[in-house]
Design a protein around this ligand. Structure first.
Ligand SMILES: [Cu+2]
Length: 160
C-alpha cells in the first residue's frame, strides 16, 4: 500500500519534470549576468524594408549598484548591426561584429553608481543584399570589467 503511494508520487514528479516548458532555452539569447540592468532587453522592429534604410533602437542601461561599473567592450553578433554607447552627450563607438575589420577595441567607460546610459543599436537591413530577406535576430553584447555581460536582442522581418 505504502509502496504503491510512493510509486504514484514518483510518477507524478516525473510527469511534472517531463512536461515543464523549456523556458530557459527559449530565453537564451537575452541571458545576462551583468550587474548593469536594462528595463528592456529585446526589441522587435516588426516588418521593415531594405529600401527604407537603417533602423535604430535605444536601450537604456542603468548601474543600480552602489559602486561604479566599467564597460570594457561593446560588440554585436553581425556586421549588419552596430552599437554605440551614449553617455550624456558623449558617444563611444559605433562598434560592430568582432572579426570584421579587425578585433573590437577595448574601451574603459565608467558608469557611476546610479548612472544611466543608452545603447544605440543600428541595424542595416540591406547589409546582406537580397539574401537578407526574412526574419532576423541579432545580439548586442555589453561586457564589463567584472567579466559579466549584458545581452540585448533585436528582431525584424526584412522585406525588399
Ligand atoms: Cu548581419
Amino acid at each position: 500500500m505504502v509502496v504503491g503511494v510512493v510509486a504514484v508520487m514518483l510518477l507524478a514528479v516525473g510527469a511534472v519534470i517531463a512536461f515543464s516548458p523549456p523556458s530557459a532555452q527559449s530565453q537564451k539569447s537575452t541571458v545576462s549576468d551583468s550587474a548593469l540592468v536594462a528595463p528592456e532587453m529585446s526589441y522587435d522592429f516588426g516588418t521593415i524594408s531594405m529600401a527604407n534604410g537603417k533602423v535604430t533602437k535605444f536601450f537604456k542601461i542603468n548601474n543600480s549598484t552602489p559602486a561604479s561599473i566599467t564597460v570594457r567592450k561593446f560588440y554585436t553578433s553581425c556586421m549588419c548591426t552596430s552599437a554605440t554607447l551614449v553617455l550624456g552627450d558623449r558617444r563611444v563607438g559605433p562598434f560592430s561584429m568582432e572579426g570584421h575589420g579587425g578585433p573590437i577595441p577595448t574601451i574603459s567607460e565608467e558608469l557611476a553608481a546610479g548612472q544611466e546610459a543608452q545603447v544605440e543599436v543600428t541595424f542595416d537591413p540591406a547589409a546582406h543584399g537580397p539574401a537578407g530577406v526574412g526574419s532576423i535576430a541579432r545580439n548586442v553584447f555589453v561586457e564589463t570589467t567584472d567579466d559579466k555581460k549584458l545581452v540585448f536582442e533585436i528582431k525584424a522581418q526584412v522585406t525588399p
